[in-house]
Design a protein around this ligand. Structure first.
Ligand code: NAD
Length: 497
């Protein structure tokens, strides 16, 4: 096979020694379009060593020079993001406009990281004690590992690496093996922007590659994004070897619609957030909680909109593309079957979709299930597909209880025209990111992204100041310049005077 996607190490492609590969498919046609190398432990060691070797010089490179590379990277990305979007659509399946959207959100983090000189400014206290000055600085942690999921092959790595690199670290990125090419495109862009060899590296692979990063004593911090079971595993294993770790997991995001909501606005928001990117977003809304007597009306408005969506090849004028793999498509469809068998009403049936795409593509159209109850698997599990479940409750208090008793706490939204209810909701709800009349409340780059409960392991969210803190460690210096009056032996505990 000609198109073999390999690793990136020391500023150039590295094919590695592994004999093992995984196929890459185009979800819109079902065709195998290439293969990705799956790193052996030896390959992982080679790539990590490149990052180790590059660290001392990059750490000591002036902020001015580091930032100049970041600005150049930002300009190149902005000019050429169309190329990257095409790569994402070809391997992931999402429509081109959506691929461009994820790149733009990643670019915002690059722009935030361009301000690193300001973000890294420490503090200084003159004469904290007689002739003693105290100051603190933040220094890079060293080699940092990033392990990313299939659903945002550009944005999720860009939540982390711009800040990590700007702060003086060197990076080993392990992308998802399902859509690995975006990472290599980004690596080439870094090289073109003038980043020194070895500062940004890509290690392709599966569990072997992940575990090599988690276990390597040379890797000092790990940022992971993926499903909850793997996030939990990564968190424990990385912490066991003494690393700092942030591990973002899965989600089941609810949107509450109160009786006083603008139902057209709510229905628009639910369709956009439920079916955008075929529901393969960690911030997708998968449960609409209809409060009081509005459910029939709301379901009808969602139905009309969902039925009008065009499903097809993401390079054509579709609203929604295919799912990422055949296995995933079949898994999502089986949840719809289970929901139906358990008594949910299939209002819009995506299993019967007629797509504008190849007959062997991984198609499943927008699916709307009504009368879903909290014991059904379609409700309890993260499905990660274009399936919106409507749960009917009588009261606002029941809606809050439903969300707060869910194991996930990534994102949520409320639709209402009552400011008091919205304020109560933002205060009481146990979820990390909240939208008020906004269905997908993704924080901007200068805030931090992350959920609560089983949606995040560790205490640090992505990007914003939490990102800067994650990729740096504080050092506090207490200094006294010689003054003859300070000479002499004193074994007492240092005190200030
Ligand atoms: P995944 O957990 O299957 O894979 C994530 C990464 O872990 C990939 O790089 C994969 O190669 C690696 N991996 C998978 N299994 C492994 C194992 N047993 N041992 C070691 N490494 C392993 O997730 P996915 O299917 O690629 O992505 C979808 C999931 O990611 C969903 O659950 C979604 O909610 C979640 N996600 C969460 C966020 C967030 O911000 N919380 C953002 C995006 C995606």
């Amino acid at each position: 096979m000609n198109n073999t996607v390999g690793h990136w190490s020391e500023g150039k492609p590295f094919q590695g020694t592994a004999g093992s590969h995984a196929p890459i498919t185009n979800p819109a046609s079902g065709a195998v379009v290439g293969q990705v190398a799956l790193a052996s432990e030896r390959d992982a060691q080679t790539v990590i060593e490149a990052a180790v070797a590059a660290f001392p010089a990059w750490r000591d490179t002036s902020l001015t020079r580091r930032v100049a590379v970041l600005f150049r990277f930002r300009e190149l990305l902005n000019e050429r993001k169309g190329e990257l979007a095409e790569i994402i659509t070809r391997e992931h399946g999402k429509v081109l406009s959506d691929a461009l959207g994820e790149i733009s959100r990643g670019q915002e983090v690059v722009e935030f990281a361009c301000g690193i000189p300001h973000l890294l400014k420490g503090s200084y206290t003159e004469s904290a004690s007689t002739s003693v000055d105290v100051f603190s600085v933040r220094q890079p942690v060293g080699v940092v590992g990033m392990i990313s999921p299939f659903n945002f092959p550009a944005m999720v790595p860009m939540w982390f690496f711009p800040i990590a690199i700007a702060a003086g670290n060197t990076v080993v990125l392990k992308p998802s093996e399902k859509d690995p090419s975006a990472s290599l495109w980004l690596a080439e862009l870094w090289a073109e922007a003038g980043l020194p060899d070895g500062v940004f590296n890509v290690l392709q692979g599966d569990k072997v590659a992940t575990d090599a990063i988690l276990d390597s004593p040379d890797v000092k911090a790990v940022s992971f994004v993926g499903s909850t079971p793997i996030a939990q595993y990564v968190y424990s294993r990385a912490a066991e070897s003494g690393k700092r770790v942030q591990a973002l997991g899965g989600a089941k995001n609810h949107a509450v619609v109160l009786p006083d909501a603008d139902l057209d606005l709510a229905a628009d928001g639910l369709v956009n957030a439920g079916f955008g990117s075929a529901g393969e977003r960690c911030m997708a809304i998968s449960v609409a909680v209809a409060v009081g007597g509005i459910a029939d009306d709301l379901v009808d408005r969602i139905r009309q909109r969902a039925e009008s969506l065009k499903v097809g090849d993401g390079t054509r004028s579709a609203d929604m593309g295919p799912l990422v793999t055949r296995e995933h498509r079949d898994r999502v469809a089986s949840y719809v079957n289970q929901g139906e068998a358990a008594g949910a009403k299939v209002v819009v049936d995506g299993r019967a979709v007629d797509p504008d795409g190849g007959p062997d593509g991984f198609w499943l159209g927008p699916t709307l299930l009504d009368h879903v109850s909290r014991d059904m698997s379609v409700y309890t599990d993260e499905i990660f597909g274009p399936v919106l479940s409507v749960v009917r409750v009588e009261t606002y208090a029941q809606a809050i209880d439903l969300i707060n008793s869910n194991q996930y706490g990534n994102g949520t939204a409320i639709f209402t025209s009552d400011g008091g209810a919205a304020r109560h909701f933002q205060n009481e709800i146990e979820v990390g990111m909240i939208g008020i009349n906004i269905p997908i409340p993704i924080p901007l780059a200068y805030y931090s992204f992350g959920g609560w409960k089983n949606s995040l392991f560790g205490d640090t969210h992505a990007h914003g100041m939490e990102g800067v803190n994650f990729f740096t460690r504080a050092k506090t210096i207490t200094s006294r310049w010689s003054d003859p009056s300070h000479r002499g032996i004193d074994l007492g505990f240092p005190s200030n005077a």
